[in-house]
Design a protein around this ligand. Sequence first.
Ligand SMILES: [Zn+2]
Length: 68
Amino acid sequence: MNDSEEKPVCPKCSSKSIAQIHYGLPAFTEDLERRLEAKEIILGGCGISEDSPKYQCVDCGEKFGLYL
Ligand SMILES: [Zn+2]
């Protein structure tokens, strides 16, 4: 496992509390639930389009980045 992935920063409020938006139907595992609760992950639903954002700021709700 490689956890050294760079953490994104909110372009609006510079917060580092960023949740990654997951699309589609995830497998509900204990790990996923823990990450949802910690707001590391937000579920974006099944609808994904070309301008679907990849991240959402936990503090101000700004969505940014492109998923595709
Ligand atoms: Zn923000």
